[in-house]
Design a protein around this ligand. Sequence first.
Ligand code: NAP
Length: 530
Amino acid sequence: MDVDVLVVGAGITGIYQLYRAREAGFSVQLLEAGDGVGGTWFWNRYPGARFDSESYTYGYLFSRELFDEWEWKEHFAEQPEIERYLNHVVDRFDLRRQIRCGTRVTSATYDESAGSWTVVADDGSEYRARFLVAATGILSVPFFPDIPGRADFGGEQHHTGRWPATPVDFAGKRVAVIGTGSSGVQLIPIVAAEAASLTVYQRTPHWCTPLNNAPITPEEQAELRADFDGMCEVLNTSAAGFLHLPHDRATFDDAADERQAFFETMWQSKGFSKLTSNYTDLLFKPAANAEWCAFIAEKIRGIVDDPDTADKLIPKDQRYGEHRPPFVTGYFEAYNRPNVSLVDLRQTPIVRMTTTGIETTDGEQPFDIVVWATGFDFGTGALTRMGIRGQGGIALEEHWAEGPTTFLGIQTAGFPNFFFPGGPHAAAGNNPRYNGDQVDFVTDTLVYVRDHGYDTIEVDPAAEERWTDMVDRWAEQPPSFGKSSYYFGTNIPGKPRRYLLNSGGRPKLFKEIARVRDTDYKAFRLSRSE
Ligand code: NAP
């Protein structure tokens, strides 16, 4: 056996898994496809990419020293700072020598007689590990829509999720951005300020609200340090892993003017608080949701000078929270610039790409650079492309042909000694908090297996079915968060419609983990290899 634990992916989850497994006394190797660490925060280096959860709530909490010595510059850090932070963590905890970058896993095969995994990478290197932990993330495989002629375009093309390491020069260029999800709306204002012209191709407007980012003042830095324990308490127990506390009033408890005033404080509040600290019935009651949407629509009309453009930017058939809400900085304002225009693809769909530009039903427009902000094969994309073969040689992509089935979003039946924290059914909120819970549980489980003299662990199909049923059933119940978004995989042609997050949230995850412990790992089959 080369190592006890082989981790794939050096994103936030994989780095933490490497640290925890090593601290627990396992020999560990981490393989990473990128040339540097960071995972999602390595690949998504497009201008404007930044956290939309508060930096100090997104970073690691396992080390007080780390928290104290790293001063985030802004409440919502930009990608370069995030990448620096993750590199700092890797060096600070001496993890780099166990990380091999530039190594993409192409197959992972379970050896039933040995109870181990054989993993092969694209450079031909081969590893044997008792346990395989894929921390390959949920937003790792960029999605390019199948638009005819894409390969024929002669200019530059970039996807936000595979942004090049060398900066893209927009100055004096005619630029198209396709897609207005969270990535597109972060990028658009930056490009607007640099390019000769920017044309935004929007299929669906989403309910964007201000991020309200700001530098962290020295006083705030001091408060963060002074209240580290209090912050951890909130973050480690919050249902969605955010700091923002729930509100205690429903929409129509307040009179119309009080409601306006409250919505104004929400509009001015930071990031996700507009979702987590808004009126309690916002996501459940259509009339309540409509009040908040009407407020945002009025704001958009107030910011965007051209009424026709403003109207196109206002969602018409989408409740707030039905799609993952994007948070913006200067997004609506960008449309007031003379060099920026908006194409509504519902009115004039793209017909094809040409060698020089984009053709819609309204004609062709030439471009120097086309940016695809068109999202990802979310949740399962990376795992089903890694050549994972479990018991009897079954491929993971076949096992999940109808969508993922998991227990706690960490294991699937038929794939012993294989874990995927931070994968499908993992999170529904502030990702690192959920994924950290999962890594902690995976590590405790590995320790349990080792200390009880077992070699293999595999989830019982009944436990998997119970968790998966819960995920599927709860996802269809109000508030059906993410109903119109890629959270159900519907952005990928041919992908089964199946919920890809943990609809039970952290409370359900905590409860099930406690049950596993209380029942002495009854949800798993444990054995010794021959
Ligand atoms: P996304 O939310 O899936 O948005 C993709 C965009 O591309 C949508 O506007 C979509 O339109 C459009 N699109 C897809 N196919 C198209 C086609 N054939 N023609 C025209 N438009 C098309 O992807 P994303 O913006 O990359 O965001 C993905 C997730 O990454 C976010 O929801 C978030 O979880 C995460 N993210 C986080 C941050 C952060 O600050 N932490 C920043 C960026 C992203 P439709 O809406 O009509 O499908």
